[in-house]
Design a protein around this ligand. Sequence first.
Ligand code: AMP
Ligand code: ZN
Length: 144
Amino acid sequence: MSASTPTKHLASCIFCKIIAGEIPSFTLLSNDKVHAFMDIGPIAKNHALVIPKYHAPRFTDTPDEYAAEILPAAKKVAKAIGCDEYNILQNNGRNAHQVVDHVHFHIIPKESDSDDSGLGIGWPTQGLSMDQIKEEYEKVKSRM
Ligand code: AMP
Ligand code: ZN
């Protein structure tokens, strides 16, 4: 078994400050790998966040042992919120709506379709042909 990756902290990062207890959070769960807390700019009631205790700007930068703890924590938080319908969202990069450059998973309850709370998603299907999909698939597969 490999040695565990030590936590990585960036002094100027707001989520690293939360992890270090330098600024407060409404903490739901905290262990050696992840921290879960309420979002203070919620787009729905009980909007919560789960973050690794490792400063990484993008999901792909997150060491596996931290990434592995995220989904069990998100599941626990979603169960505690008690919402039946919800989205789990993780943004990477400005074009993908990331504002805080420390990996975070949103748990966003979707109360109903009749109000505007929760996540609104566009789903712009691109109409790619099977040949186009296959061409991209071959490239991705070769890098796996
Ligand atoms: P994103 O657009 O994916 O980067 O989302 C960043 C999220 O972090 C937003 O939903 C903010 O409301 C939330 N946020 C920023 N600062 C804090 C904070 N100090 N405590 C809790 N949530 C925060
Ligand atoms: Zn950070």
